[in-house]
Design a protein around this ligand. Structure first.
Ligand code: 1GP
Length: 260
């Protein structure tokens, strides 16, 4: 049986395997571009496709999810901005509680509306503590959610927020600088959060190079998410995939040598 997304991430935590997800914004892609990404992903492995965004204007989400499912076995994880962004053809959904903010609608309100729909679905529900981190400019998600991001240089605030989220039972922690952020979350913040929680740590927003992805993974992220930069430079999918693959090979070799 195929492991669930959470099982995969927890297993990766125990083995130290790092993962890479491509975020597809349905407003910025079509079935043809999605199929082209799938061809790349067949040659350069991607662990998950995230689909969604804080604001979806068009009606292309279902077409994107279907195109991925028809062309790839990589799990599709919905990254919703609201209870409207649910697609039954996906494999899983990040059930995001925006715990860095104090807007009850994004802490629990949207979830109440989505709960009966999700209960009837076969989607894997991934309870996720979602932390928005300041990246130097207002992002769509901070505007739409009407929340104040955690300051970029306050790793302890992020760590305490993540800890509280984990204590509340959330299974994943997601540090997000926001789509198209000027700069990613700092490695210092990632390392501080990593030391304080056991849950798999997802980091995204503003990652534009394989080196940044590697630094964040080395700092303690388990999964990096890249969207915008791959839309602009599709070759980056291959470059980041290769870099993460190389990192995992090196880590596995070190592990084997230690075991000898
Ligand atoms: C945003 O973490 C994701 O929520 C990805 O951000 O589009 O900047 O890569 P980018």
């Amino acid at each position: 049986m195929t492991p669930s997304v959470l099982e995969t991430l927890l297993h990766n935590r125990t083995t130290g395997k790092k993962a890479f997800a491509v975020l597809i914004d349905p407003d910025k892609t079509d079935a043809r571009q999605t199929a082209a990404l799938m061809e790349q992903a067949a040659l350069h492995p991607v662990d998950f496709f995230f689909v969604g965004g804080s604001l979806i204007v068009g009606s292309g989400m279902n077409a994107v999810v279907r195109t991925i499912k028809e062309n790839s076995t990589v799990p599709v994880v919905l990254f919703p901005g609201s209870n409207l962004h649910i697609d039954m053809a996906a494999d899983a959904i990040l059930f995001l509680s925006l715990i860095s903010g104090r807007n009850p609608d994004f802490l629990i309100g949207q979830h109440v509306l989505a709960a009966p729909i999700l209960k009837r679905s076969r989607l894997e529900i991934l309870p996720t503590g979602y932390l928005l981190i300041d990246s130097g400019r207002q992002t769509t998600v901070s505007y739409i959610s009407n929340t104040t991001p955690i300051p970029h240089d306050k790793p302890d605030v992020a760590a305490c927020t993540a800890m509280a989220g984990e204590m509340l039972g959330l299974k994943l922690i997601y540090l997000d600088a926001g789509s198209g952020a000027k700069q990613p979350v700092s490695t210092r913040m990632v390392a501080t959060v990593r030391r304080t929680v056991d849950a798999p740590l997802v980091v995204g927003g503003g990652i534009t190079t394989p080196a940044q992805a590697e630094e964040l993974l080395r700092a303690g992220a388990d999964l990096v998410v890249v969207g915008n930069a791959i839309e602009t430079h599709p070759q980056l999918l291959a470059d980041i995939s290769d870099r993460v693959g190389e990192m995992n090979r090196r880590n596995a070799e070190v592990g084997m040598r230690r075991a000898e």
